[in-house]
Design a protein around this ligand. Structure first.
Ligand code: TGC
Ligand code: FAD
Length: 392
């Protein structure tokens, strides 16, 4: 793979809207990605292996629980810093960002928000340091966009719960030490349980043959009469709103992350277009290529402003779930379109692993599907503006 020459576009001087802390956090993540992710990520993706050697570095840049308070091992940062970290990691690879998103927003966040003090003390510091890794099991083979229909269930057996069912498409599952599992009790109410590797009847088979997110490990969670200690139920929130609340945080991170992938594709295509000559001129001199590049920087700039404003509202505690959906949907679609256009600017070279664009393009096919598909987020906006649900 080519040396990482990335230069971040900032057409509307977004840096002026960031604090010194934001810029410090962002620059540290950017440097780390350049040093540790770029040199190894192409090979990891080609081999379809999650690069476990990145776990310590992710912890060091604060990517595990950026906004979790320091007393629980988190970095105690605000929402904009969290977004900027996700942006920089996804500039390297969406799969590596997935690992950080899941650990932060889908594992640490529910324990922090819905867990007991004992659960917080037991799990959060180890999750923040990367000593322990987690995954989040909501999706089932027959319930993806409609998680409320889940059939995974647990029964009260007096001194423990008995868990049965299966989850699929679970990021980090093959190597996770713990799984946050959403399951129905005997009354059909959804609760979150912390299931630990080693519990009898709990297995995590890996999902192979993915053409997308190849540097992220994906798997199933299978529960066959798993005895879960009662102290592993997170008591502070139940119902579908509990897992969906975690998704708000993860979707927000993706709205920033997608900008990173788009910036990398744009920056690569711009440099290539200025260097590559055809018909005796740099291809950047042709109007058709300029149109592509000009539209890319316009869309990136709009996405940056959307994410920044959403971050401000998240810091104030005023951002709604529907506002988060709009940003996730817009920014991921923006990134996938830019990846496709950028790939064309590189001609044949664009399909090779010499450049990052094809990998980003394939990765974004997962990002546009997980955490709520492109169409589901549109329906969430539709519901918000009309008051009428069109899901069924
Ligand atoms: P609905 O009746 O609308 O809502 C049920 C309850 O949930 C509340 N709620 C939310 N709460 C917090 N945050 C949100 N975003 C919320 N959305 C809804 C709602 O107020 C209600 O509460 P209550 O107290 O009245 O019961 O539910 P529905 O069954 O009609 O479904 C609505 C729909 C389709 C929008 C929802 O199911 C949905 O978002 N589906 C998409 C599923 C999804 O996003 N799955 C993601 C799985 S995890 C994943 O993909 C991780 S990838 C990680 C990585 O690798 O980076
Ligand atoms: P379906 O729900 O079957 O949808 C198929 C199509 O139908 C989509 O285009 C959808 O938009 C459309 N559709 C569905 N319902 C409607 C409707 N009402 N109106 C209009 N159109 C509709 N899940 C987890 O729980 N944890 C994870 O860590 C996780 N990681 C993932 C990693 C990867 C690589 C992938 C690919 C997925 C991951 N997921 C995870 C699952 C992901 O959240 C689901 O794939 C996603 O929610 C969509 O569900 P589905 O694949 O079952 O598609």
């Amino acid at each position: 793979m080519k040396a990482d020459q990335f230069q971040a576009p900032d057409y509307y001087n977004l840096d002026d809207l960031l604090s010194d802390e934001h810029k410090m956090v962002r620059d540290a993540s950017r440097e780390w990605v350049k040093r540790e992710v770029s040199p190894i990520i192409e090979e990891a993706a080609q081999k379809a292996e999650f690069p476990k050697q990145l776990i310590n570095g992710l912890a060091e840049i604060g990517a595990f629980g950026p906004y979790i308070p320091e007393e629980y091992g988190g970095a105690g940062l605000d929402q904009i810093s969290y977004g900027l970290i996700m942006q920089e990691i996804e500039r390297g690879d969406s799969g590596v960002r997935s690992t950080a998103s899941v650990q932060s927003s889908l594992v640490m966040y529910p324990i922090y928000k819905y867990g007991t003090e004992d659960q917080k003390k037991k799990f959060l510091p180890k999750l923040a340091s990367g000593e322990m890794m987690g995954c989040f099991g909501l999706t089932e083979p027959d319930h993806g966009s409609n998680p409320g229909g889940m059939t995974t269930n647990f029964k009260d057996k007096g001194d423990h719960y008995l868990l049965n069912g299966a989850k699929m498409w679970i990021s980090n599952a093959p190597f996770a030490d713990i799984a946050i599992v959403w399951a129905k009790n005997e009354e059909g109410r959804i609760h979150g349980l912390i299931v630990e590797r080693g519990m009898e009847g709990f297995t995590t088979p890996e999902t192979h043959n993915k053409w997308s997110l190849r540097a992220s490990a994906t798997g199933e969670l299978v529960f066959n009469n798993v005895k879960v200690p009662k102290e592993n139920l997170m008591p502070e929130k139940s119902g579908l709103g509990a897992p969906l609340g975690c998704l708000d945080s993860a979707r927000y991170g993706i709205a920033w992350g997608a900008i990173g992938a788009a910036m990398d594709c744009y920056d690569t295509a711009l440099r290539y277009a200025k260097e590559r000559e055809q018909f005796g001129k740099p291809i950047a001199s042709f109007q058709l290529q300029q149109k592509k590049l000009a539209e890319m920087i316009t869309e990136i700039t709009k996405a940056q402003l959307l994410a920044w404003r959403l971050g401000v509202m998240r810091n104030e505690g005023t951002a709604t779930s529907a506002q988060i959906s709009m940003a996730k949907r817009n920014n991921v679609a923006m990134a996938i379109n830019i990846a496709r256009e950028a790939r064309q600017i590189l001609g044949g070279m664009g399909i090779t692993g010499e450049y990052s664009i094809m990998r980003h393009s394939m990765n974004l096919e997962s990002v546009i599907t997980y955490e709520g598909t492109h169409d589901i987020h549109l329906l969430i906006t539709g519901l918000d503006i009309t008051g009428i649900p069109a899901f069924q």
